[in-house]
Ligand binder design. Structure first.
Ligand SMILES: Cc1cc2nc3c(=O)[nH]c(=O)nc-3n(C[C@H](O)[C@H](O)[C@H](O)COP(=O)(O)OP(=O)(O)OC[C@H]3O[C@@H](n4cnc5c(N)ncnc54)[C@H](O)[C@@H]3O)c2cc1C
Length: 449
């Protein structure tokens, strides 16, 4: 039952928007949730969006606060580490957490979205409008234009407070872009991605290790695979769009097969529809979107990919989007009588952390596609995790801070810098101590001959 006299209009019933609607309803607000697509619970899935996602601590925390974590995790597959596939087919497992126990979780995007939409639908204060696309917002009058997919008619919808949760190509953000002093950048990677499928074996068995995120690092490109609950794996090939060795070059069946046999030989027998998947699945682009400010007074605010689309290499886009919801909910509870202040304080507090995870995600592409396959990097990871076990209170490896804690992203980056400086000092200290022991031993031996 609505206990506040406020009505929020959320555009986008994807992952962040449907979660936001639940949080707002639980806070007693009335919510209108508009989604461009038909109801995904009755329509078939869109081809070309990632099929599964890695859910980690930040996302789980946001789900736990509204009692949905258990339902989501019931069908998730824990991935406590990554399995590296070398060009010769050799396998090496690298645990993610310093204790080797914590795991990121492979969840179905469609399944998670349906759980969230159903939970929003169960809230008395939430009204969901499917097939309803926001095509523009007049922030002065509060009128939003909504295109009805079934009739093709655009209607004007009055709003008080808008939450733009309409993804990387946000309509709400496009309207903000037309305002003065709105900063915006969109940087595309030269790499795109294509999804391929390793089907389940007999009786739903898993063809490769179930509890791992599989990586085929190949220097300038890579393929990854995440397990699905039905025994299949969704592989994603990250590869340049153009140039030598690129999507543009691989066209014929013979080209595709010879490329895969040369670079991903152990995966070829696992992907029976390789050529068909490759030729017919879309090649999608990856971009980092940064913008500011995220809000227009008390009229509108952005969350999730609409505010900060990032590349997927840290598995944090959804997790960060869920964390946005927690932070915005907190700001609204702290400033119940001043929505402009709530939006402002959420946006200014959150933005540095969104920028930090955007940078980390770009950096992790190099770690995954190149460094993860190198022995020197694996040694560094072992030292990093050993330091985390030896100094459990004062040293937390960056991966643990990002994936297994809710330490704000920018704070994690700063803390990592101090930890590396500490390790360097420790290393120098150990070398100096060893040298002193050797010198002392030599003197002792010389004087006692
Ligand atoms: C290949 C790939 C792999 C990824 N892997 C991971 C991962 O492992 N872990 C992780 O945490 N993140 C991952 N991500 C990122 C994650 O998918 C996004 O960060 C997350 O979906 C953002 O949620 P969102 O609700 O902001 O946007 P979306 O999930 O995109 O939802 C936006 C919703 O708004 C709707 N919409 C769009 N325009 C309008 C409009 N004008 N009016 C009304 N509705 C509209 C859309 O139909 C959609 O339902 C991955 C992304 C990609 C591309």
């Amino acid at each position: 039952m609505a206990t506040s006299d406020r009505t929020f209009t959320v555009f986008g019933a994807g992952l962040a928007g449907s979660l936001m609607a639940i949080y707002l309803a639980r806070a007693g607000h009335r919510v209108h949730l508009y989604e461009r697509r038909p109801d995904p619970r009755t329509a078939s899935a869109e081809r070309g969006r990632s099929i599964n996602l890695a859910l980690s601590t930040r996302g789980i925390d946001a789900l736990e606060r509204i009692g949905l974590a258990e339902e989501v995790l019931a069908s998730a597959i824990p991935m406590p580490g990554r399995m590296i596939h070398s060009p010769s087919g050799e396998l090496t497992f690298q645990q993610y957490a310093r204790d080797g126990k914590q795991a990121i979780n492979s969840v179905s995007r469609a399944g998670l979205n349906e759980i969230l939409i159903s939970a929003a639908d169960r809230e008395e204060n939430v009204e969901i409008h499917f097939d309803a696309r926001c095509t523009g917002v007049d922030f002065d009058s509060g009128e939003a234009s909504v295109l009805d997919g079934a009739s093709g008619q655009t209607r004007s919808v009055p709003t008080n407070h808008i939450i733009g949760a309409d993804g990387a190509f946000s309509g709400v953000r496009s309207s903000m872009q037309r305002r003065d002093r709105f900063s915006y950048s969109q940087d595309y990677l030269t790499h795109g991605y294509k999804e391929l499928t390793i089907p389940a074996g007999e009786g739903g068995s898993f063809a490769i290790e179930k509890q791992a995120l599989h990586i085929w690092p190949r220097g300038t490109y890579m393929m990854i695979a995440l397990p699905n609950a039905d025994g299949s794996f969704t592989c994603t090939l990250f590869w340049p769009f153009e140039g030598p060795n690129s999507f543009a070059e691989l066209r014929t069946e013979a080209d595709i097969l010879s490329f895969f046999k040369a670079h991903f030989a152990d995966a070829v027998p696992l992907i029976p529809n390789l050529v068909d998947d490759f030729q017919n699945n879309p090649t999608s682009s990856l971009a980092t979107v940064r913008c500011a400010p995220w809000n227009v007074g008390d009229r509108a605010v952005l969350i999730g990919d609409a505010a900060h689309a990032i590349v997927p290499f840290y598995g944090q886009g959804m997790n960060a989007s869920f964390e946005d919801v927690v932070w915005l909910d907190r700001a609204l509870r702290e400033h119940p009588d001043d929505i402009a202040l709530a939006f402002d304080s959420y946006a200014s507090a959150r933005k540095p952390h969104a920028d930090a995870i955007a940078d980390l995600a770009l950096r992790n592409f190099i770690e995954m596609r190149d460094l993860a396959g190198r022995r020197s990097f694996r040694t560094w990871k072992k030292i990093d995790q050993a330091a985390g076990r030896f100094f459990p209170e004062s040293y937390i490896p960056l991966y643990d801070m990002v994936s297994f804690s809710t330490i704000p992203y920018a704070d994690a980056v700063e803390r990592e810098k101090r930890q590396i400086a500490f390790l360097k000092r420790l290393g120098i200290g150990i070398v100096v101590a060893i040298v002193l022991v050797i010198v002392a031993s030599v003197f002792f031996w010389a004087f006692n001959r």
